[in-house]
Design a binder for this molecule. Structure first.
Ligand SMILES: NC(=O)c1ccc[n+]([C@@H]2O[C@H](COP(=O)([O-])OP(=O)(O)OC[C@H]3O[C@@H](n4cnc5c(N)ncnc54)[C@H](O)[C@@H]3O)[C@@H](O)[C@H]2O)c1
Length: 368
């Protein structure tokens, strides 16, 4: 590894764990995981990631004396199902994964969510480790223990909290990512600055082009800062009873947009980016947002990350989206709940019953 910075710690008492972040960490994954694994491992990876990077992981595990079997599934969100989990459980049986063994999620958020769910259920819970390979998985889904699958009832409704024993992140792996997928991950990076850390937001303003271009040092720094912030929320509120919900900034609007477009138009991060714009507009309309330039800075960074700024809709789009919000799982007591900015680095969860203001927020980022 070129550098070995101090790992980021997720502080959860006996279930605390480290996030190891370094370019080249994939080649040291065995050594980094060895102290946390008692036996052998099943690696759950999508077929694309297994093809691109599976050989290096296999070599790293073998070098550390970890006997591993790789089980693959077709890449993509449609694979995040109980049916795929069932296939992975069969692979667990074939590889004789027992109580002392482990499941390793290797890939993007789909692999991590699926592998964690497989680990949480197999033998009522075996050890689980995460090796994320997309920017979104590095900065978000691999940290915090939310795992699960999609079902006919909706996305991510079936799952378990299953904290990993360790997370190994090699930020250099983003180099092989599709550019659009990579940029979508930057929306979550931007989110951390907006909701929690003015200094990180300012750093992004100083390095936006380097980050957008995937310049290794910028990526490594952004991943480490994002993980530090996410780890803080998880340590404060593991099961999202309170402050962890702030990580959903932009997501209520974004989910409505994704549902409205049948999950075909936007990558998740792209919808979240547009949702963040809408959240800032709503906060302004409700008189919650200090006039400190946050909305302008957020818009500027979204543009520099080359993320879409508005949705191309029709006159019926806004009412349809307001209705779609009503279906969002974050609804409480009939009022819509939104995470809204107060000022740079500070957000809060607000129950909103002003449907007109919500409609105006949607309209602000919809081009007819
Ligand atoms: N658990 C959580 O807290 C949490 C948080 C956010 C999102 N998620 C979930 O994450 C999922 C989305 O994750 P994602 O965006 O990583 O999608 P993904 O796992 O489908 O990966 C996207 C694509 O990138 C490919 N890929 C992965 N790494 C690569 C690499 N290094 N080089 C080249 N190609 C690579 C994959 O094969 C796939 O085709 C969703 O299911 C979402 O619900 C979970």
């Amino acid at each position: 590894m070129s550098r070995q910075p101090r790992p980021v710690r997720v502080a959860l008492g006996e279930r605390s764990y480290d996030i190891h972040i370094a370019a080249g960490a994939l080649d040291h994954a065995g050594a980094l995981l060895r102290p946390h694994l008692r036996g052998k491992a099943l690696v759950v990876a999508d077929a694309t990631v297994a093809r691109l990077h599976g050989g290096r992981l296999a070599a790293a595990l073998a070098a550390a004396g970890i006997a591993a079997t790789v089980a693959t599934f077709p890449a993509g969100e449609p694979s995040k199902t109980v049916a795929t989990a069932e296939t992975m459980w069969r692979a667990c049986a074939e590889a004789r994964i027992g109580r002392d063994d482990a499941v390793i999620g290797f890939g993007g958020g789909v692999s991590g969510d699926l592998a964690g769910f497989v680990a949480a259920c197999w033998m009522r819970g075996v050890a689980f480790a995460q090796i994320p390979t997309t920017l979104l998985a590095m900065v978000d889904s691999s940290v915090g223990g939310k795992t699960g699958v999609n079902s006919a009832a909706g996305k991510n409704l079936v799952g378990a909290f299953k904290q990993p024993v360790a997370v190994v992140i090699d930020p250099a792996l983003v180099a092989s990512m599709d550019r659009r997928e990579y940029r979508a991950g930057l929306a979550e990076v931007l989110k951390y600055g907006v909701i929690n850390d003015p200094a990180f937001l300012a750093w992004q303003e100083a390095h936006a082009e380097a980050l957008e271009a995937g310049e290794p040092a910028a990526v490594a720094h952004a991943v480490a800062e994002s993980c530090r912030i996410k780890a803080w929320y998880v340590g404060e509120d593991e099961t999202e009873q309170g402050v962890r919900a702030h990580l959903n900034y932009g997501h209520t609007f974004g989910h409505a947009l994704e549902r409205h477009t049948g999950y075909r138009t936007y990558l998740h991060g792209e919808a979240v980016g547009i949702g963040m714009r809408m959240a800032a507009v709503l906060a302004g309309r409700l008189g919650l947002l200090d006039d400190d330039g946050l909305a302008r800075r957020q818009d500027a960074l979204l543009a520099r990350y080359r993320l879409p700024a508005e949705h191309a809709g029709s006159p019926t789009t806004v009412p349809a989206l307001v209705a779609a919000c009503g279906l969002d799982k974050k609804v409480a007591g009939g009022r819509m709940r939104f995470v809204l900015p107060r000022r740079t680095g500070t957000v809060e969860t607000v129950a909103v019953d002003d449907a007109e203001a919500v409609a105006a927020a949607f309209a602000a980022a919809i081009r007819a």
